[in-house]
Design a protein around this ligand. Structure first.
Ligand SMILES: [Zn+2]
Length: 346
């Protein structure tokens, strides 16, 4: 198959995950993603990705098997509530398995040399799901399933999570795993309450978690500073072989669920920065997480996929001037302290 800049996978017509009337994490989000891809006018630069179901063994690398059985049984019974924000319908289990499989299919397509990058739009999102628990609209941790597959194959995986919420599930899953570095920028304090700068990884993988909590009102220039001043040195030391992006778009200023002030243009800049962390083309996969204003979601997806495809579309200019420089400086000091500790004999 001829190599293209970008492959794009979505749950699309296989989306049978019904969250109920009035829920922000709704099927129309995937239609907004499709609109965003159309807005990017990628033409021959992009091709649809053929997805597949994630197998139980692939999910069990990051999720407890009893938890997986419980999800399957709840769907079988027609669905139900898992926490105050998170529910399943009868079709949710199959949809979630397909969603988790999208990232695996994307990696396989890139490994076959079919594209320089991939963008996948799973639904439900994944980064709040822990090994044993659904929460925050998430059932299966899509990005973690993909990262675990790569890690098992001997790869060093960088996950950058720019969703406005902290990806507590992803952090938890890789807390003691030195094969995966997890980086998150997020509004703080906010749901789910984790993600302080002082959370830097467990005893099995000290320093492999990087949290950059940002105050309400923070603009895109602050996120870029975080990438340049805090993340880039970590990436230099880790030399990832793959870069996975937990690309939620709810830090957009129009999003109803949070109060950061980013724009679509900021997502273009962030995408470009993160692509530069990959050792070569064909090692970047971006995963949809949150993003609940449908127009902002479409514009942000357009900017992201166009950058991933090597083009330059900015439906909105980048933002600057908001608060958050102190938070970035604090995260940088936390890293410097860790590096000092590592340098000392124990
Ligand atoms: Zn979010």
């Amino acid at each position: 198959m001829e190599r293209v800049p970008l492959v794009i996978g979505s749950v699309g017509a296989l989306d049978h995950h019904d969250t109920g009337r009035g829920h922000p994490e709704r099927p129309a989000r995937l239609e907004a993603v499709t609109r965003g891809v159309e807005l990017a006018h990628l033409h021959d630069a992009a091709r649809p990705l053929e997805g597949r179901l994630a197998r139980i063994g692939e999910l069990a690398r990051v999720h407890d098997e009893l938890y997986l059985e419980a999800l399957a049984q709840l769907a079988e019974a027609g669905g139900g509530e898992l926490d105050p924000d998170t529910s399943m319908s009868g079709g949710s289990w199959a949809t979630a398995q397909w969603s988790a499989g999208l990232g695996l299919a994307a990696i396989e397509a890139l490994q076959r040399g079919e594209a320089d990058a991939a963008f996948v739009a799973p639904r439900p999102p994944g980064h709040h799901a822990t090994a044993t628990r659904a929460m925050g609209f998430c059932l299966l941790n899509n990005v973690a399933v993909a990262a675990a597959a790569l890690a098992e194959a001997g790869e060093r995986v960088l996950i950058v999570d720019w969703d406005v919420h902290h990806g507590n599930g992803t952090q938890d899953i890789f807390w003691n795993d030195p094969r995966v570095v997890y980086v998150s920028t997020h509004e703080w304090p906010a749901y789910p309450g984790t993600g302080r700068a002082s959370e830097t990884g467990g005893l099995g993988a000290p320093g492999s978690t990087v949290n950059i909590p940002l105050p309400s009102g923070a603009t895109g220039d602050v996120a870029l500073a975080a990438i340049d001043e805090v993340v880039a040195p970590v990436v230099d030391a880790f030399s990832p072989t793959w870069v996975l992006i937990s690309a939620g778009f709810d830090a957009h200023r129009d999003d109803p669920l949070a109060d950061l002030m980013w724009s679509a243009g900021d997502y273009a800049d962030l995408t470009r920065r993160l692509m530069a962390f990959a050792p070569e083309p064909g090692r970047v996969v971006a995963f949809l997480e949150g993003g609940y204003d449908l127009d902002a979601l479409a514009r942000s997806v357009a900017a992201t996929v166009s950058t991933l495809a090597g083009a330059e579309l900015r439906p909105e200019p980048a933002t600057g001037g908001g608060p958050g420089r102190e938070a970035v400086a604090l995260a940088a000091r936390t890293r410097a302290k860790l590096a000092e500790l590592e340098g000392e004999p124990s």
